[in-house]
Structures are given as structure tokens and as C-alpha cells.
Design a protein around this ligand. Sequence first.
Ligand code: ACM
Ligand code: ZN
Length: 782
Amino acid sequence: MLRKYLFLFIGMAVMAAGCSKAQKEPHARYDIVPLPVKITEKEGNFALENGTEICIPAQNEALKKIAEMFIQQIRTASGLELKIKEITGSETPQKGIVFTVSKIDEIGAEGYKLWVEKGKIDIQANQPNGFFYAIQTLFQMLPPEVYSKEKVKNNPDWSIACAEITDFPRFQYRGMHLDVARHLFPVEFIKKYIDLLAMQKMNRFHWHLTDDQGWRIQIDKYPKLNEIGSWRNGTLIGHYNDTFPQQFDNVRYGGFYTKAEAKEIVAYAASKYIEVIPEIEMPGHAVAAIAAYPELCCRKDTVFEVGKTFGVYDDVFCTTDTVFTFLEDVLTEVMEIFPSQYIHIGGDECPKNNWRKCKHCQSMIKTHKLKDEHELQSYFIHRIEAFVNSKGKKIIGWDEILEGGLAPNATVMSWRGDEEGVKAAMQDHDVIMTPTSFCYLNYYQADPQTEPLAIGGFVPTQKVYSYNPMPENLPADKQKYIIGVQANLWTEYIKDSKLVEYMLYPRASAIAEIAWTPNERKNWDSFTKRMLTQFKRYDYLGVTYAKHFFDVKASSEYNTQKADVEIKFETLFPDTKIYYTTDGTEPTVNSKLYTGPFGIKEKTMVKAATFKDGKKVGNVYKKEFYVFKSTGMKYTLVNEPKTYLGTTKYSLTDGIMANLKSPDTWIGFSGKDLDIIIDLTKEQSIKRIAANFESAVDSWIFQPTEIEVFISPDGKTFTSVSKQVLGADKNTVPKIIPFEVLLNNASTRFIKVMAKNQGICPKGHPGEGNPAWLFVDEIVVE
Ligand code: ACM
Ligand code: ZN
């Protein structure tokens, strides 16, 4: 596939060079991200020259600004001076770049039509947004050097490939979120972050401004929010689950954005057709505000400090009039800064423990005839929504706002999966899809063993790209309620701007494409090919993106005939070679050259890397593969796992051991037991059966309470060979719970392992009453 594209690419580029006057190095002509709805490729180029005119309708300030932005960037990168020509009356320009405001139903509010011919470029759109996006497309039809912040020395062919393009977004909401509460980032960086969104035709910036660890927006009426709430006396060292008790750096950390700075960002974003949506979290994730004003909490006489650790805090806003007055005052000031149609009010992860004990909260439940604390949360959100609606604006809340009943006009951000989004759409509420398993860009994008510390999870670029925000099971008449998709970047473990970009890119480009491009046009091979050019654009923009895209990807499969594990490598990077080692040493050009799948018959450390022109590109792949009697053997499970499925088809016997840093390497059962029968395909003598379980109580993963192992020569009559009772999980830090049975050359073909899930999270646990997870991998037979 890649080869074919490469051929096409070179073919087209040569053609381009042939047609252009300048005979310069060819550049990628149509590597546009996100991919437009329709491109008809044409022969020839439109060459930018000194004096090229951009013709815009007279007295159209918005289009003038867009034209000026284009001129400015072309000047910076190329030194070419284009000029604006204002067109009045019936004049029809015959050359240059011509903007015409039209009425074209097909392309909607944000779409555009673009005709690039040798002497003229015509752009038509209904609104300025469309012209802005047409310009983004033109930038991407120019050499990547066009994104340079200074005049480039190589002076590439400043021409635009001839084409006819019709383009408009799949979703009207195309968002990206940034948490500045856990760590904050300079105003200049936020602007760069916005530039990158605009370049990829994203139109919403969801700015998470308040949380337990810091209040980040100036509020005049409550100065202690900034004097106290914006500062913490230290930050957790390492990961939440690393040590018990947790360790802190004791370094005072904080700050906030002044109103002037926030307004500057709002205006900057607006100039790039991006709406900034502020989030003020309530009723949970409110410790920073409570530390400043303890009277806002149920435990009013307690002294609080701004959160230094992460996770979910029990201290949340109480439900007194003081709290509602405070929040209305805060929101009033926030609405003065942010002209957005939406205000995000949070609503996620609000523990109800304090409300259960609080006299006032209990009296509210009685007075308002509410069923329970969930309905009290719903009351809270309804009341805030009524206030926000009264100011002519709408609320967005995380999907927990469904619990206890949705507020009448609320838009739901579905983050725990698609199901909550479907529920909200079925109730005729707008929904923005942002499920953790596809859209959380704070999750790992590559092997956690070799990555900077992250919160967990595993969402590589290809997984992001595979996401379709329109749930398959949503009836056609409800699909209009899925208004878009958003990626989130929570910054517990992301301390600086460089790491923000590393986590976002290239994954945010995949988000941009799933948000913009019609689902039927999405194509991973085409995306990877276009990304080769997009990476060059990132380079000119100074983006510190992750390079895993070009790492060696490995897959393994047991070969029954050869009785070995076959390892296969791939890379997306064209014209490269893969070198690998099986002795633990680092791969170099002197290591073994990969020419096709190879087998291993025993425990082996495999390392591989991609090399281009003798130099390593990307990161070294490394993994330990094991070969046991169970390796590659098929099995049946009584309870099929649904979310944590492991990384291969028979993950429990694939010869790859799960580790604590990689949740996706485990098989997970929610509230259910492990009940597995492995078929070794023939009766044989065995010495040992073993399995690893995970205990990570903070993540709701508990060790099994009981494990029993059976053997059977015929798959019908099973004999118990071991039963161990482990009981309740008392572990305080995550660990692997190894289990083994030693057998004296027992003869068997079938092996059955049963491990009992403890069922539900116990009393006092944050997940009390919810299903407990049982995590297992690998099952080993020797
Ligand atoms: C969330 O990730 N708690 C919305
Ligand atoms: Zn209370």
C-alpha cells in the first residue's frame, strides 16, 4: 500500500515540477490534513510571485484580515510580497487569488470551494470561516517551508498545485481541551497551541481553568481564589500509584491568567475562527476554591490546602445559597471574559460522601423532594444551568450530569465511553464525543516502559484515527445530536509546553481528521502518507511532536508447524531498513537486517529500530518474548472481557507478559471471574502452571479472592490440583500477584484456571458498590 502511494506521490511531484516555470524541487501537492471532502487533481501550478493580488470584496473587514494573514505568512517564509486589491461593483478579476462570498448550500457555514488554475485561484464560501479554511488548505498545498517563522534559505517552488476542491466539516464542533489547573503554560504557548488547532481546521478550545490543584482565572470579587486558590505548596512526585504514602516535592507552584491575558487569548483564537470555552468545575474538583473559601464546603470548619496530589477529592462544593451566589458571581465574571456560546461547568467525579453526612445537603434533599445525592447533583446542575441560560448561554457538562436527570438544555461531553453520549442523544440533547479510550491524549501513545511518565491507558495514533464519533447503534433521527468530537489533555503528569506538544502531536492531527473528513473518506494509509509532509510542517512550526509514528511496529504469532513464535516487523517510514538483535544489544546498521518474519523458540529479548541512510529514526523497539508449553495455545473463556482485551488475539497465552505500566497488556474482567480452559492440543507432561494477577486498588483492580486450577486429559473430567484462598485485597501499592502450582510431571491436555473476582469494590473504597476489576496475564504452562 505504502509503496503504491509513494509511486503516486513521486509521479505527481515530478509532473508538478515539469509544469512549473521555476523547475524547483517538487513538493507534496495534495498532502492536506484533514483530508478535504473532494479533490480533483489537475495538471499545472499557480505560482506565487511578487505582486500577486488577493482580490477581496471592498469593505469586508473579516476577509481582509484573512488575506492579510496569508500575505504576512508568505512574506515571512518566502520574502514574496503579495498585495490586497479591494474589488467594487461588478468587476471580475481575471488573475490572482479571488475571494467571492457566495451562497452555496452544499458547503454550509464553514465550507469552501477552491479552484486553482494556472493564472487564477478562485475561493468561494458562505462565510469568513470558509475563506479561513480555504487559506489553511492553500498553505498545505504550498511547500511545508511556508510555515517557517523566518525566510527560508532553500527558496522552494512557491507554487500551488492546480485542483478543484469542495470541502466542509463532518462535525460542527471540533475541539481540543487543555487542563491548566494541574500545570499551567505561558500565554505565548497557548497561542501556539491555538495556531496548530487552526491549521487543522479545529474550531473549539476547551480551557479547563479550575480544579483541585489550582484556580487559574482572575476573579475580582473573590480575590482569595487567586491569592490562595492559585497556589499549591508542592506537587506529587512520580505517579499517583508509585509510593505509599505519596511523596511531594514541597515546591510552591502556581499562578493564574489575568483577565487581560484571557481576553487576549480569546481574541487571538477568534481571529483564527476558534471559540474558547472556559470550564469552571463544579460541584466536584473544587478543592482550590474551597481552600480559599472553606465556607463553600460541607466541612466548613476545616482548614484546606490546595490539592498537591491528583485523583478525586471528597471535599466538593456544598449546596448552600452561599455556594450558588459564589458560583453565579464567578460565572458572571467569566462570561464577561469569554463571549462563547457555551460555558463548561464540569460535573464529573463528584463523590457524595460529604453530602451524605452534611445536615444542609440532607435538608436540601428533603426540601426539594429529591431521591438521593445523585438527584441533589442534578438539582445543582439544573440551578446553574438556569442561571447560565438566563444570560443567553448554554452549559456543557461531563457525562455524569446525566445521573439524577439531565438539565433541560445541557450539552453532554461523553468521556467514559460512547454509551452516555448515546443516552443523552436519545433524550434529544446535544453530545460531544470524547471517550477516554480514543480521545484522551494524556494516555500513553507507545510502550509505557520507554515513554515519559503518563497517567496510564494506551491510545496510539492509529487507535485515535480508528474512532468514529457517530455511535453505530444510534438511530438515524438521533444522529444530529452528535455535534462533534474533542480530544482532552489532562496535565497531571505534563509539566511543560514541550511535553504538551509531544502528547498532542501527531495524535491531534488524527483527531482533526476524524472531526472534519467524511467517515467514508478516512483511510489510514492515506493519512500516514500525508503525515510525512505534516511532520515537515511541524518541524517548521517548532512542534516537539512524538516520533513513534516511524518506530518499528512488531506483531507476533505462534507457528504450530514450526513450534515457534514468529515475529514480524513493520514501519510506516518509506525507504528505510529495519535492523534487529536477539541478544539484548542495541540495534545498529551492523545488526541483523530484517527481511521477513523470524521465529524464536525460547525466552528472547528482541530489539529493533528503523534506519534511514544509515541513521536511526524513531525509537528502539524492545520486548521480551517467552515460549512456554502454553504459548500460542487457544483457549475458551466463560466470561468474555469487554474493555481490557490484551494486545493480541490469544493474549493470555501469547508469550508476552503484562506489566504494571501498561494496562492494555492485561485481560480485565469487570465484576466477573476468570474461568478459562486452555487446550494444549495433545496430552503431555507438565511441571508448572502459573499466572500473574494485578492488584491496583486505587484503580479498582483487586487480586482474586480464590484461585483453583484443574487438569484434564480429555476436556471432560477435570481434577483439581490446587486451590488457594487469597481473601480480600489489602495491598496499598500496585503490584503483580504471582500465582503458581508445581506439578510432578502430571499428564494433561486441558488446563482450567478459575480465579474469583471479589465482585464489588468494598465499603469505604471510592468505587464502593461498583464492579471490581480482575486483571490477569499471562497464563503459563511449563
Ligand atoms: C474526566 O476525565 N474526569 C472528565
Ligand atoms: Zn453540604
